[in-house]
Design a protein around this ligand. Structure first.
Ligand SMILES: Cc1cc2nc3c(=O)[nH]c(=O)nc-3n(C[C@H](O)[C@H](O)[C@H](O)COP(=O)(O)OP(=O)(O)OC[C@H]3O[C@@H](n4cnc5c(N)ncnc54)[C@H](O)[C@@H]3O)c2cc1C
Length: 426
């Protein structure tokens, strides 16, 4: 029997993870991606002759499905991962470290808090109490800012710990973050396993990983949006935006919620609901090239600054990541670069009197998709066994992250393989 022909719509991490697994299972996979680039929100492109990521992407050691995906793509060497959780935090030029101690969790973290210079002793105690409460509370309710206040966290503790770690993790201000999701992140990263919160990132442009993942697919149709699909007795008929029709045995729809709604036409027929119940939250990255060469950190957090994290991407090249940054999406590039350079050069002692050589801004108004309270995120399976859905915003149990995207894609592939008779013949 010929290998089943499977279409994957959407060449982000979710679609690529599904495509990789389906190819590995012996299917003939055809990928349709609206953009010329692969990787969706986790991609790279050239600005003024420099290849930059669409935005700085970080993973934690607990993101095992993401790292597994990169390994299966043959790119394991592209990833950097810390030996231990070790983060530099600057406040008004004063530097301090949060560094995991050689103790079992959660003591590894609590010991690092003792040495943290940006909180006084009383606030460190309050922070420790809140972390312990989070580890015990099964299902914290309401928004996280409220939960933190209820657990004795004052402005200083929000500023020096909760803001820099949680706002980028969930790409939302504390007031807009669900306490349950925040608790999941804290438990998974900090309270379960001593190594789980180690930071990692790609040492190569993200697009290289995505291209490698697509290498063995039967075809990759770039610049080709899927406009519609319908199921019929023989399989799935797909129509592209340039009015090409093709037929497949099954399809994975790895699209953002609104695009999925358009392609499904009537999502209810597939048992998929609530696709209009996602808020988007912007992420803005500011790329700064300066004349001081290599600085003394790989990445660091800045307190009291719209620049939350700075990553040193190369000698003299800093990428500043600003989460929940909706206000900056329409600000002119020159203004954003100027303002962020002033922030960074004032905060980092090594950059006093440095000159900015060049700056660029990457803007993602739809940085992440957050389900409104009460929304049920859809699972991979639909009412039709030949159609599955994937995306970092679907019901993976994780917030909208690369880990969630890969998990969703793998689950969508697994569901197709389990549900369809042709797989018994693979
Ligand atoms: C700037 C930025 C920084 C981030 N930082 C981090 C981080 O540090 N750590 C982390 O874990 N996560 C981070 N994220 C989130 C992470 O990038 C996403 O969770 C993940 O990449 C989503 O993958 P996805 O495949 O689900 O969705 P997407 O990447 O959105 O992929 C969907 C794909 O579908 C395509 N598409 C849309 N419509 C159609 C159509 N009709 N036909 C065909 N194709 C279509 C799109 O072009 C896109 O390629 C960040 C996101 C941004 C924007």
């Amino acid at each position: 029997m010929a290998a089943p022909r499977i279409a994957v719509a959407g060449g982000g991490l979710a679609g690529l993870a599904a495509a990789l697994d389906l190819t590995g299972a012996g299917c003939e996979v055809h990928l349709f991606e609206r953009s010329r680039l692969l990787g969706g929100r986790a991609t790279s492109f050239e600005i003024d002759g420099h290849t930059v990521d669409n935005g700085q992407h970080v993973y934690l050691a607990c993101c095992t499905e993401f790292t597994g995906f990169v390994e299966r793509a043959g790119m394991a060497d592209a990833l950097y991962l810390q030996d231990r959780f070790d983060v530099t935090v600057y406040s008004h030029g004063v530097r301090s470290e949060l560094r995991a101690a050689n103790l079992p969790a959660p003591w590894h973290l609590l010991a690092s808090i003792i040495a943290y210079r940006h909180l006084n002793f009383r606030r460190k105690l309050q922070l420790t109490r809140a972390l312990i409460a989070l580890s015990r509370e099964k299902a914290p309710q309401g928004n996280f800012a409220h939960w933190l206040r209820q657990h004795g966290q004052g402005d200083e503790t929000l500023r020096a710990f909760w803001d820099p770690f949680m706002v980028p993790a969930l790409n939302a201000p504390l007031e807009a973050m669900s306490a349950a999701e925040a608790a999941f992140v804290i438990r998974t990263a900090f309270l379960g396993d001593r190594g789980a919160a180690r930071f990692g990132y790609s040492k190569v442009p993200l697009a290289q990983i995505m291209e490698a993942a697509a290498r063995d697919l039967a075809s990759v149709r770039r610049g080709t949006a899927v406009a519609a699909m319908e199921t019929y007795d023989g399989g799935v008929r797909l129509r592209t935006a340039d009015s090409q029709d093709d037929v497949f045995d099954a399809i994975v729809l790895a699209l953002p919620p609104r695009a999925l709604q358009r392609v499904l036409g009537e999502p209810n027929r597939f048992g998929v609901t609530d696709l209009d119940k996602y808020e988007t939250s912007a992420i803005v990255d500011v790329h700064l090239w300066h004349d001081r060469g290599r600085l003394d950190f790989d990445f660091c957090a800045l307190l009291d600054s719209p620049v939350q994290w700075i990553f040193q991407k190369g000698d003299g090249y800093l990428c500043c990541s600003l989460s929940a940054a909706g206000a900056l999406v329409s600000t002119p590039t020159g203004d954003v670069v100027g303002a962020m350079w002033r922030e960074v050069s004032a905060a980092l002692p090594e950059l006093r009197d440095a000159q900015l050589v060049r700056g660029a801004v990457t803007r993602n108004p739809e940085g992440t998709y957050n389900a409104r309270p009460g929304t049920v995120r859809p699972a991979a399976r639909t009412l039709d066994s030949r159609v599955t859905i994937a995306g970092s915003w679907t019901a993976t149990g994780w917030p909208d992250t690369m880990e969630s995207a890969v998990r969703s894609g793998r689950e969508a592939a697994r569901a197709l393989l389990e549900q369809n008779a042709w797989t018994t013949k693979l």
